[in-house]
Ligand binder design. Structure first.
Ligand code: ADP
Ligand code: MG
Length: 631
């Protein structure tokens, strides 16, 4: 759209563009008051010409991009004002146009600040223990196992574990969660959080480039570089509006033989700031959602989020919290429990699956030493295979066992039936070695989140899981879920999402690599970004930076509000403009009165759009929290 397409040096200018016409307007009024009308004419003409110059530069760009900018109307009305000796009307339009640009620059600057702060706070160096001394090292050279000192107020540069004692951390920049949380010795902590307790030593677990924070910053940058597509609404109607305006102005001129009539129509039609209202509302919505830990990748995603009716939700890691625990190990072969667990956990080091992590944690608890797995292949939603200490190992569900020709007694998969438990088989050297059972309970807030999602307009909820039906059915008992699809491989999950689209716009929420195709196929993909797979976050349109479903209902409310306000601004603004244009064509408004009227409409409409930044979102919190501006 012409109004918001600007060259590199333009943003700076846009923020200040209104100052010159404002000064000229005042100088002219003063001159006229003091009895020097020629001074007034000069001042107003200079104001108009300057803004016409800036506008010409922009119309050039917008024409090159192929959209006939609404800027053209502004250009015609200012040019017309000069030609028809209406310098005051010209100066008022110039001020209105420039003022709209400044307002938009202010609003999007304010909205972008939350996201920029997140990027700006990224640490560059860390204090690493090096032969008994602390040395400053660039974070890029940190490797797993390094011990680094985190001072109070420091942002954690890499994912790792607390070496000893405890750490008190503020996660608000990642999650919007205000309460600090405490991590004890050996507990995992995420990069991007801020140390608000005492200095502590962090043992690096992942290089900086693979850590949570780097991933989130990458996502934020990708989101920022996208243009808000709902702004296209303006482009779509821009041409029609231009034609209508010219027709009305032309007929008024023909009918009355008075070019001032045509000018008055053009002046009232100059809707540039009005069209800016849409991006202002949308960007404000994105910023507000970012404040509660929900990263929405652009205006199009925000719009879809406002419209979703059906929710397809993944089970493991999404509805359950993905912090599964090994509850029983039934030995089915000749190897003993420690040996089987060691081999399986070694293999799972290469997988990011929640059940794999549970195995590794159990092995650590038992003090088992793990080996480096080789030739690892993961089949998303099925399991992993590879060599450990030269022995072939397979860990996963019944399908992957069948694929490798490994026979297992059917009761092995039955589970103990006591609680909701996922069963995973382990095969070593081509024979089943054990059936492992995991308790993977529902997220604490999972049920509540589903109820709240229902309350904000989700009409149908479907659980889609790669796990067995019995496990899925047991988990959803008592939850507001309409249908359960189980035993799905990634392709079947995608089909399930596509099939649901006949019931309305579908939102798919998932965490794993096996969810990525389904996330991409949904009208709106939502990934759990804090712990989930990077592939899922990349395929998704919305990323939850928290390890929780709780912010999702609030994000929907924010999106609905932003969309409603954007549409309201456009239709009310256009309606008022049209009424004004008709009045001008009939001779009820002079060009100057028209310019003043349109200025009032535009300012009101933009201020209305900025309401998205404040006010209620329908959630519990009275105010959205931005990213704290701590160093
Ligand atoms: P969901 O679709 O509910 O998130 P997944 O598709 O992630 O579930 O997992 C489904 C099943 O696939 C698990 O219950 C397990 O049997 C098996 N599985 C997948 N990946 C792994 C793995 N890395 N290790 C062990 N089992 C796995
Ligand atoms: Mg999952």
């Amino acid at each position: 759209m012409g109004c918001s397409q600007v060259a590199g040096w333009m943003p700076w200018l846009r923020g200040r563009l209104a100052l010159l016409p404002l000064a000229c307007l005042c100088a002219g009024l003063l001159g006229r008051g003091l009895g020097h009308p020629e001074v007034a004419t000069w001042a107003w003409t200079i104001a108009t010409l300057t803004v016409i110059g800036v506008l010409l530069a922009q119309v050039g760009t917008s024409l090159k991009k192929g959209d006939v900018g609404l800027d053209l109307v502004a250009l015609l009305s200012m040019g017309g004002a000069l030609v028809l000796s209406q310098p005051l009307a010209g100066a008022v339009i110039a001020l209105m146009y420039a003022g709209g640009q400044s307002l938009e620059a202010y609003a999007s600057g304010r909205a972008g600040r939350a996201m920029t702060a997140l990027i700006a706070r990224q640490p560059r160096t860390a204090l690493r223990e090096d032969e008994g001394a602390l040395k400053e090292a660039p974070i890029a050279v940190l490797v797993p196992g390094d011990r680094i000192l985190v001072r109070v107020g420091d942002v954690l540069p890499v994912d790792g574990r607390v070496a000893a004692g405890r750490a008190v951390l503020d996660r608000s920049s990642l999650t919007g969660e205000a309460l600090p949380f405490t991590a004890l010795a050996n507990e995992p902590v995420l990069s991007g959080t801020v140390n608000v307790g005492t200095p502590f030593t962090l043992i690096t677990e992942r290089p900086a480039a693979e850590s949570t924070y780097a991933g989130i910053v990458r996502l934020v940058e990708a989101a920022r570089s996208q243009k808000a597509p709902m702004a296209r609404l303006a482009d779509r109607y821009g041409l029609a509006f231009l034609v209508l305006t010219l027709l009305l102005a032309g007929s008024a001129w023909l009918a009355t033989d008075d070019p001032l009539r045509a000018l008055a129509v053009l002046v009232v039609a100059t809707p540039c700031p009005l069209i800016l209202a849409v991006p202002v509302a949308l960007v404000s919505g994105l910023s507000r959602a970012a404040g509660i830990g929900v990263l929405i990748k652009g205006g199009g995603a925000l719009e879809t989020l406002a419209k979703v009716r059906v929710l397809v939700v993944d089970k493991t890691g999404t509805l359950t919290h993905g912090a599964a625990r090994l509850t029983s190990a039934r030995i089915l072969g000749i190897l003993d429990e420690g040996e089987v667990l060691g081999l399986a956990a070694s293999l799972e080091q290469a997988s990011g699956h929640p059940l794999g992590r549970a195995l590794i944690e159990e092995a650590a608890r038992r003090g088992l030493t793990l080996s480096q797995p080789e030739d690892v292949e993961e089949m998303p939603g099925e399991g992993v295979t590879g060599l450990v200490d030269g022995r072939p190992v397979v860990v996963g569900g019944p399908n992957i066992m069948r694929m490798h020709g490994i026979r297992f007694p059917p009761p092995a998969m039955a589970g103990t039936g006591a609680a909701v438990a996922s069963t995973v088989l382990v095969a070593v050297d081509g024979a089943t070695a054990a059936a492992l059972e995991f308790a993977d309970p529902l997220r604490v807030d999972g049920g509540n989140a589903l109820l709240e999602l229902r309350a904000c307009g989700i009409e149908r909820v479907v659980l889609a899981t790669g796990d067995r039906r019995a496990v899925a059915d047991a988990l959803v008992a008592g939850l507001p879920i309409d249908a359960v699809a189980a035993d799905l491989d990634p392709a079947a999950k995608t089909d399930a999402v596509v099939a649901e689209r006949r019931n309305g716009p579908v939102m798919m929420v998932g965490d794993g690599v096996n969810d990525a195709p389904a996330l991409a196929a949904a009208d709106l993909g939502v990934a759990l970004g804090a712990r989930g797979a990077a592939a899922a976050a990349e395929a998704a349109d919305v990323v939850l930076l928290v390890d929780s479903l709780a912010p999702l209902p609030r994000a929907i409310r924010i999106a609905r509000r932003a969309r409603a306000i954007a549409l309201q601004s456009v239709w009310v603004g256009l309606g008022l403009s049209l009424a004004g244009m008709v009045a001008a064509a009939l001779g009820y408004l002079s060009p100057l009165q028209g310019a003043l009227l349109q200025e009032a409409i535009d300012v009101a409409v933009i201020l209305n759009a900025m309401r998205v930044l404040g006010g209620p979102e329908g959630g519990r919190e009275p105010e959205a929290r931005g990213v704290p501006r701590r160093a």
